[in-house]
Design a protein around this ligand. Structure first.
Ligand code: PRP
Ligand code: URA
Length: 209
């Protein structure tokens, strides 16, 4: 039985998702929405990160505090993942960033890798793999494969919208990778687009329609 994705059904997230889906929403607003929703999904996806106690000096006295135990790496899948990455980086400014470049061959729907730049210590802590669209799951699986190859064992997939088909293929290939999304949509259409979805996320972010 595949693990259910974590659906972030907070009313503010859902209201912003409605704006992102709207075909009238222009790239500047679309970028703002994806960054903001990205931060909110990441907030939920990092709820169980390990912390250590530390002592800090406030202006008044010493206090016990909690600090993240491990370095977090945010890894957008280029291009569209970039649209959510800044909002997540704002939330955890000390996180490091890695980049994976993949595009989906529109004829075969297979992922084509073209870039990989990851911090040397990427396997030392949790990795947040970012892509707004989980459609067939091919791109996400390829990116997770690349991270596993680098020794990562805490990989969390953050998407804006997921198709049931993609959730299943990711679960089948990588059952230990939890999926966090604002919506589990209905299905893919016959050319691999998510329904109802929001169209082509990269094109809507960067105006390449
Ligand atoms: C889109 C999207 C995902 C992929 C999802 O990227 O951002 O990476 O498709 O499809 P899949 O689950 O079927 O693999 P695209 O290939 O359009 O590249 P882009 O981000 O550069 O626009
Ligand atoms: N990639 C997108 O940008 N949108 C989809 O619906 C599917 C893949």
């Amino acid at each position: 039985m595949p693990a259910a994705p974590h659906i972030i059904d907070h009313p503010l997230v859902q209201d912003m998702l409605a704006d992102a889906r709207d075909k009238e929403t222009q790239p500047a607003e679309f970028r703002r929405l994806l960054a903001r929703i990205g931060g909110l999904i990441a907030y939920e996806a990092t709820r169980d990160l390990a912390t250590d106690t530390a002592t800090i000096d406030t202006p008044l006295e010493s206090a016990e505090a909690r600090r993240l135990r491990y370095p977090v790496t945010i890894i957008p899948i280029l291009r569209a993942g970039l649209g959510m990455a800044d909002g997540i980086h704002d939330l955890m400014p000390h996180a490091q960033l890695g980049h994976i470049g993949l595009f989906r061959d529109e004829a075969t729907l297979q992922p084509v890798p073209y870039y990989e730049r990851l911090p040397d210590n990427v396997a030392d802590g949790p990795t947040l793999l970012i892509d707004p669209m989980l459609a067939t799951g091919g791109s996400a699986i390829k990116a997770v494969d690349m991270l596993v190859q680098r020794g990562c064992n805490d990989i969390r997939l953050i998407c804006l919208v997921a198709a049931p088909e993609g959730v299943k293929t990711v679960n089948d290939a990588h059952p230990n990778v939890p999926i966090y999304t604002a919506s589990l949509d209905r299905q893919l259409n016959d050319i691999g687009y998510i329904l109802p979805g929001l169209g082509d996320a990269g094109d809507r972010l960067y105006g390449t329609l």
